[in-house]
Design a protein around this ligand. Structure first.
Ligand code: ADP
Ligand code: MG
Length: 261
């Protein structure tokens, strides 16, 4: 089986009026179906650029990206993209917001709406479906944004898919952040999703991931990859933060991140 996602020596520069800004040099890594992988690295090193390339919003100048063994442009893999800001529209209700993507993509079938209803019920937002975003807590808004992302693929349970998360928790306060990352991890686990999370929070990366990929400073390349292994039976993020292995992983990642600082 080919990897769900593979980046092979991907490079990219931004060409601006001020000159060329090399953002990525020779990035190579792959993700298997069902894995939860985090991407960490210094601010400005090119993490969001990597996600934009995978999402197809940018095209690599060097190297190539393959999805399920096919070149990115020929792939039919469904990709969800969740950004730091939840981008909910304040003048629409939660229900209208989560159905919006379906409407835009003309995918609003009975089955798709039933899928959204199930997600809203399951993740505690059903009773808030007629509320507007401003009436919800930060954590609830972020869950609504995730449901909107998941809504686009009613067959998510049957089909492999890839979810890209670009610092989706960084606008939340610490308390909320802990519980939302736990919630979202559980949702993804249950839906059998493959995820690539960009974060600058080492603890968050360890607590949520099967594997952490560390990037060097710009132009980024992969400095190293660390598999997060635990003896814990329940490896949900909240539990993982207290795992006996946690501290050692933290120190290891900290050291790698500060290597060229
Ligand atoms: P990160 O997400 O790790 O903070 P980015 O991928 O956003 O990093 O940016 C990587 C580098 O590319 C930075 O130096 C940034 O200033 C530059 N960059 C990002 N987007 C653009 C753009 N649209 N035009 C020019 N330079 C950009
Ligand atoms: Mg970024």
């Amino acid at each position: 089986m080919p990897a769900l996602l593979e980046l092979d020596h991907v490079g990219l520069s931004y060409h601006t009026l001020a000159g060329e800004i090399p953002a990525l040099s020779q990035i190579s890594f792959s993700i298997q179906e069902g894995e939860f992988v985090s991407l960490v690295g210094p601010s400005g090193c090119g993490k969001s650029t990597v996600l934009n390339l995978i999402a197809g919003l940018l095209t690599p100048e060097q190297g190539q990206i393959t999805l399920q063994g096919l070149p990115r442009e020929h792939s039919v893999l469904s990709i969800g993209y969740m950004l730091q800001k939840d981008h909910l529209f304040e003048w629409l209700t939660i229900y209208e917001n989560v159905l919006l993507g379906l409407e835009i993509q003309k995918k609003k079938s009975k089955k798709a709406v039933a899928h959204v209803d199930r997600l809203l019920q399951e993740y505690g937002l059903w009773n808030f479906r007629s509320s507007h975003p401003s009436q919800l807590s930060g954590g609830m808004r972020q869950r609504a944004a995730l449901i909107r992302t998941l809504a686009l693929e009613p067959d998510l349970l049957l089909e492999p898919s890839l979810l890209l998360l670009d610092e989706p928790f960084s606008a939340l306060d610490y308390q909320t952040r802990l519980s939302v990352s736990d919630d979202i991890w559980k949702i993804l686990q249950k839906e059998g999703n493959t995820a690539l999370l960009v974060t600058h929070d080492i603890s968050e990366a360890i607590s949520m991931s099967d594997r952490v990929i560390i990037l060097s400073k710009a132009p980024a390349c992969v400095r190293c990859e660390i598999s997060i292994l635990t003896t814990l039976a329940d490896r949900a993020p909240m539990q993982m933060r207290n795992a006996p292995e946690f501290k050692q992983y933290f120190q290891q990642i900290w050291k790698e991140l500060n290597h060229d600082a």
